[in-house]
Design a protein around this ligand. Structure first.
Ligand code: G4P
Length: 529
């Protein structure tokens, strides 16, 4: 093995690239901030919150990057901790929810699912979880807000198993103390961590007696001790055993409890998580599995964002490095077109500012200047000899009819429409015969962004008229009679495939019952889209 290959292996093994998924308010931002604090990437709690509320100016981020050597992009946070190089991918919350959010998960090697202890599994967590499931990536669970009155831990585990359909294995467990104080029993290390009046301490029995240890018994009041003991016996007897192999296959989720805001349980969690979380894995391509340690550089585009900086009026394509070492000025092939491209200005982003990346390794994300070259799902590789599997698409759930306000701007309107569709900002359908255009999205904000961008970037003002549909189903080569029997709204997608829009589950199920011989595919299942 050459020295370079040795180095590549080392870099790959030190990478941990993950997304934090949660319903808004479960504590994703607070957790991200705590992890950055441990990594020494920020010094002040509140910095990320600042970003969220836009209190922080771009220059503050610049300053921070210079000081700490981290990169803060709109898509990824990169920092070092304990010998690991960590990439946290941002999955925008409620208001910004879009297809991009889902696609970002295709660039992650595992996901951390945050759950609010008082609320349990919420709608958006469920959606994001399903996408992680499709990817087959390991999912780790953090049940947050232990410091507040929450639901019973056993009830929460039941909910994870029943609603999400994944086995769970708690690695620590809440132990009640008096009011205002709380504890966590670490099942593997058999120690008790305590938070009393804001002070964090721990009791580590030296004799391996775990819960039988007198110091632990003394630390917990009688009824709390009995409850913990009973719950531990129940979990040891009837709970899922911890099996790393099942975690890696996404069949079992390790569960941690803690409080992101007070930092209680976070450091232990982070240590364990990094040990269990996988380094970048091989990725399927038409030439077989491409290992991250393969010598030749490769990557794929998972997100394209236009006008990140209005002063530049440009598009940036986000590339996840999948194999080999990336160096600035590398010449690669864009496999779809066969074109050779010199990547002379690979970037990482910092608010409105950018900096050039000199090198990157599998698991890292870089931004490429895009003069209209790239499409979502594109493979870039050193010798152009393979193409990664296509990225999944996601069934839209919101629909609107779009028309140009000014007929003289028709050309601009169509140019904007096709570019934004290419970028994956919206999905476009046409009504046969009338040629009316219908937009499909997964998040409300996509409509607003679409409208705003058509106006500001292409000078075409548009009207949107919301339609009452929530579900799109693809039908393969239907005959006219079948279509009329389905009795719903029929449109064509960009590839001229037939798509039926339904108002709700009820109308979909009704159509299925009445037409058992017709297969209605969701976009995720559709074999040819
Ligand atoms: P998000 O990114 O998932 O949307 O959640 P975020 O971290 O913004 O947290 C949502 C709210 O929950 C915030 O309160 C935050 O302080 C609080 N929070 C996060 N972790 C914990 C925890 O461990 N315990 C408790 N008790 N609260 C927690 P907020 O009032 O909305 O904002 P702020 O005024 O604190 O900034």
């Amino acid at each position: 093995m050459t020295l370079q290959h040795e180095e590549l292996k080392k870099q790959v093994n030190s990478r941990r690239t993950f997304a934090i998924i949660s319903h808004p308010d479960a504590g994703k931002t607070t957790m991200t901030e705590k992890l950055l604090l441990y990594g020494g990437a920020i010094r002040l709690a509140g910095s990320i919150k600042g970003r969220k509320t836009k209190k922080y100016a771009a220059s503050d981020w610049m300053e921070m990057e210079r000081e700490r050597g981290i990169s803060i992009t709109s898509s990824v946070l990169q920092f070092s901790y304990n010998g690991y190089r960590i990439n946290i991918l941002d999955t925008p919350g409620h208001q910004d929810f879009s297809e991009d959010t889902y696609r970002t998960l295709t660039a992650a090697d595992c996901a951390l699912m945050m759950i609010d202890m008082a609320k349990g599994v919420e709608a958006q967590t469920e959606k994001l979880f399903k996408v992680c499931r499709m990817q087959g990536i390991p999912i780790f669970t953090f049940i947050n807000k232990l410091d507040r009155h929450g639901r019973e831990p056993l009830e929460l585990l039941d909910e994870i198993e029943n609603v999400l359909g994944i086995g769970s294995c708690p690695l620590n467990w809440p132990a009640g103390l008096a009011s205002g104080s709380y504890g966590l029993y670490d099942r593997r290390l058999q120690k008790l961590e305590l938070c009393q009046g804001g002070q964090i301490s721990e009791i580590v029995p030296s004799n391996g007696r775990g819960l039988e240890d007198a110091a632990i018994q003394n630390a917990l009041e009688g009824s709390f001790y009995e409850k913990l003991k009973q719950e531990m016996e129940l979990l040891d007897g009837a709970g899922n055993k911890f099996e790393l192999d099942k975690v890696k296959k996404g069949l079992l989720t390790p569960v941690f409890f803690g409080s992101a805001i007070s930092g209680f349980g976070i450091e232990t969690f982070f240590h364990e998580f990094l040990k269990m979380a996988p380094p970048p894995a091989g990725k399927k391509a038409d030439a077989g599995l491409i290992e991250p340690t393969a010598n030749k550089f490769s990557g794929f585009i998972f997100k394209i964002q236009a006008n990140m900086n209005p002063a530049h009026r440009d598009r940036i394509a986000f590339l996840r490095v999948c194999s080999g070492k990336f160096e600035r000025d590398k010449v690669v092939t864009l496999v779809r077109t066969g074109k050779n491209i010199r990547l002379s200005q690979p970037q990482q982003f910092l608010g409105q500012n950018r900096n050039i990346v000199e090198e990157a390794y599998p698991g890292d994300i870089i931004g490429l200047f895009d003069p209209g070259l790239y499409q979502i799902g594109d493979t870039l590789c050193e010798d152009g000899s393979f193409k990664f599997e296509k990225l999944p698409r996601f069934s839209p759930e919101l629909f609107a009819k779009v028309t140009a306000r000014d007929a003289t701007k028709y050309k601009h309107f169509h140019k904007g429409l096709s570019q934004l569709a290419e970028e994956g900002a919206v999905q476009i359908f046409k009504v046969p015969r009338t040629e009316e255009i219908i937009l499909g999205v997964v998040g409300e904000l996509q409509f607003e962004v679409f409208q705003h961008r058509l106006q500001s970037e292409y000078g075409a003002a548009v009207n949107l008229q919301r339609l009452p549909y929530q579900l799109a189903r693809w039908v393969m080569n239907p005959d006219p009679e079948t279509l009329s029997r389905l009795r719903s709204f029929v449109v064509k997608d960009e590839k001229d495939q037939t798509v039926i829009l339904f108002e709700n589950e009820f109308s979909l199920n009704y159509a299925k019952d009445k037409n058992p011989s017709v297969t209605l595919y969701s976009l995720e299942e559709c074999p040819i889209v």
